[in-house]
Design a protein. Sequence first.
Length: 264
Amino acid sequence: MARRKGGRPSKDEEKTASERLLEIFEVLPGLYSEKHLFPLMPEEDAFVHRLLERLVERKVLQREMVDGQAAYWEPAHGFDPRRGVLRSLGLLPLNFPLNKAAKRARAELERRILRYREEIGGHEFSYLPLWRVPSEVSRGPQRVGRDFYVQGVNRKLAVLHGGRLAFRHLVPGAAWRLESLVSPSKIDRVPPEKVREDIRPVRVAPDQAAEIVRRTIGAKPNPGRIELCLLPLWRFEIKHREEKRRARHLWIDGTFGSTFRDPS
């Protein structure tokens, strides 16, 4: 039941409203503006606004500025980028569709000692979120532009070594020598609601991605151009042919065909 206008909420009312508000972020994790949240709460908009501010102060929720508007998410659960304020998502190119990814998985299996005892089972397709962070780096007396990518789950930098993708906390060498993963012109930008496949919850804020690039690489990020991109990801089940062992998994990224035990 809504309170009368101008009424001061009791501690019990505020606690109940907080629980109800946080339940939205738990059940349907998203990056929500106040306009998304107000219709879902029976309390007055001004009260919900103050409640959001208190939860940010207590570090229960985190606030971002997206296209000039405040947006909120819960770090404990991360957020699904299809819910809330994001207007587009960048899809990295799918250079390894299922047939090519399965071939790469079989080749990886052939290199193992147990190759005659294991086989590839089922597969799943999903997306791994990456923040694209356009930046400037020093190259002698000049400043040159580079795009760096930060994984949206574990805060690691996504880098290429010999055409293979890897995730690193530290990157050796000069920043200007790092190869950009994908040219911005090759990124397919789509409305979030058009992405039907699973997306791993985003647990890294855009300003955190910028700070990682600044601290780790020494680059100067452009916060206004940071973009959330999705890396296509295949997961293959590896089963033992004879023994009833628990199946393990092998991940193949769909852009470079790189293999991972677990990319996150």
